[in-house]
Design a protein around this ligand. Structure first.
Ligand code: NAD
Length: 521
């Protein structure tokens, strides 16, 4: 229900939560049946959800997960867009993205923290500075995920210019103060950007325009952003990338009239944007793909050097994944912001050595507006997550919090995803496409007694390109919850450490040695 809260979801009427067509349930009838079963589910029963549709309730035991979810899985030979979306249109499956169909999406704060973490790492590695003061970024896409870019940039004291063809997307970000200014033209936008860069003042500017027009124009004007990226929903070309020359409504009509001609137009536009990014990269801009399959789509469009643009994971995130660190989140089921603030204060008392984490918590408290149920996210490593879980469970037990807390994470995490264009791009041992790990991760989380566990296909990078798993553990203050936390929040990041150690990452060895698990000798 929280995933489909109008404050949280992109298009709740159509059950679309984020990321192109990432849904929470197959249709409203199946949504109703899921809710009905959850309401009457016993403590020794498990509900099975097959791509957004409840298909059975089975007798299990009290420590078993209450819900098991499989979304969009398809036999590899048939795992193409054509086959998948045909099956979807026939009502047989559902695209669950990562946290949409696994019911732990928390609005743009989730991606905000990821974008912040990525840009902070980029700043350290590329510019050798802790912040991005005096630097500017050009990007596109202000949707559910992309909408986080401008705020992440200003939280790091930099300047962002982000274009989106959809005026509603920009207005939404303006309302939630993720964007500071909306410019009427590229001229005005660049003027605002240059003034802010000059004064080393943080600023984000939104512009209603098509990236395929703006990026080449930026090149023609000899502008050179310090950073260039894109976060349109390019993984789903049919709906996620609007070709230039068309408004959103015109694009919908063109798509309906002649899908093949429409797709050709999309490819041509995306190709123009990709060539402009490569030109900026040659001029010295730091370019990266932010996990939306942009490079693969550009290659399809005939841009042969598309993969000269690096992916963000190998460069900026892998060092964190290798030590079992990744995006971790918690949601106050009371609906009370104060519960999250209490946990913020607990972190400040208990995690004093994690100055980077505490900087984020302080900024998040100042800048993040809750959407739907109040929630918080931060990167936490192996060991920290379990400790955090027990502390929160004790707070629930002692009445310091008003209701239980749902603790979960993105599927985009250390040991839970195989995605060769993103999370597992350029693994040291070449194991990018090995999907045993996310399946082992889900099985392990079931064995550990997480509250609900999910396995999905195609999240983030589209059909055929990824397999990934998720979990949520509910801290309800009980001693059973401590057992679940002790197992699931140890084992879940633990398998991430094991996966990276297996792939040859030396930094995983120390964590594994100290870990509460064994690597066979
Ligand atoms: P979304 O569908 O909510 O939003 C996409 C936005 O792009 C829309 O507002 C649309 O109007 C705009 N757009 C489309 N074509 C455009 C064009 N040519 N020029 C300018 N704007 C254009 O998608 P989202 O949830 O924001 O996700 C964006 C992408 O990021 C997806 O591919 C998603 O899979 C990927 N993603 C990345 C991460 C990560 O960690 N890096 C995580 C999740 C998803």
């Amino acid at each position: 229900m929280n995933n489909l809260d109008p404050e949280v979801a992109r298009d709740p009427q159509h059950l679309i939560v984020y990321g192109g067509r990432g849904k929470a349930a197959r249709n409203w009838t199946e949504y109703g049946r899921i809710v009905q079963e959850l309401r009457r589910l016993g403590d020794e029963e498990t509900l099975l959800v097959q791509s957004g549709k409840p298909v059975g309730v089975f007798p299990t035991h009290s420590m078993a997960p209450r819900v098991l979810i499989a979304n969009a899985l398809i036999v590899p030979h048939w795992a193409t867009d054509e086959v998948f979306w045909d099956l979807e249109a026939r009502g047989l499956t559902m695209f669950g993205q990562m946290t949409a169909g696994s019911w732990i999406y928390i609005g743009t704060q989730g991606i905000l923290q990821g974008s912040y973490e990525t840009l902070a790492s980029l700043s350290r590695l590329e510019f050798h500075t802790p912040t991005l003061a005096g630097r500017w970024m050009l990007s596109a896409g202000l949707g559910e995920m992309g909408g986080a870019q401008p705020l992440a940039m200003t939280m790091l004291e930099g300047v962002a210019l982000v274009v989106d063809v959809d005026p509603a997307a920009i207005q939404r970000r303006r309302r939630t103060e993720y964007i500071d200014r909306v410019a009427d033209s590229l001229d005005e936008a660049l003027e605002l950007v240059h003034a802010a860069v000059c004064e080393r003042r943080a600023l984000s500017v939104g512009l209603v325009a098509n990236a395929a027009d703006v990026y080449p124009e930026v090149v023609r004007r000899h502008e050179r952003p310090d950073i260039v990226s894109d976060q349109t929903a390019a993984h789903d070309l049919m709906i996620g990338y609007i070709p230039n020359g068309l408004s959103i409504t015109e694009a919908a009509e063109a798509r309906r009239r002649d899908p093949t001609a429409y797709l050709a137009r999309v490819h041509a536009s995306l190709g123009e944007e990709a060539r402009a990014i490569l030109a900026l990269q040659k001029l010295g801009s730091v370019a990266f793909e932010y996990g939306n399959t942009f490079r693969a789509r550009a290659l399809e469009a005939g841009v042969l050097e598309a993969f000269d643009i690096p992916g963000y994971v190998p460069k900026y995130i892998r060092p964190l994944f290798a030590v079992g660190s990744g995006p971790f989140r918690w949601v106050a089921l009371s609906g009370e912001p104060e519960d999250i603030h209490q946990i913020d204060r607990m972190l400040e008392r208990e995690f004093t050595d994690r100055t980077d984490l505490l900087r984020w918590i302080r900024l998040a408290r100042e800048k993040v507006r809750f959407q739907g149920l109040p929630a918080r996210i931060c990167y936490m490593a192996y060991g920290e997550r379990e400790r955090f879980g027990h502390l929160v469970n004790a707070m629930v037990r002692d009445g310091e919090l008003r209701a239980p807390i749902a603790i979960g994470r993105d599927h985009h995490d250390t040991g839970s995803v195989a995605s060769p264009y993103r999370e597992t791009e350029a693994m040291r041992d070449g194991s990018d496409a090995i999907a045993d790990w996310p399946i082992l991760n889900a099985l392990l989380n079931v064995a550990s007694g997480a509250s609900w566990v999910s396995v999905h296909h195609g999240g983030g990078v589209g059909i055929g390109n990824s397999i990934h798993a998720g979990l949520v553990v509910v801290a309800d203050g009980s001693s059973d919850a401590d057992l679940r936390i002790g197992r699931a929040l140890n084992n879940d990041p633990g398998i991430g450490v094991a996966r990276h150690l297996d792939a040859g990452y030396a930094e995983s060895a120390g964590v594994a040695r100290r870990g509460r698990f064994r690597i066979p000798g």
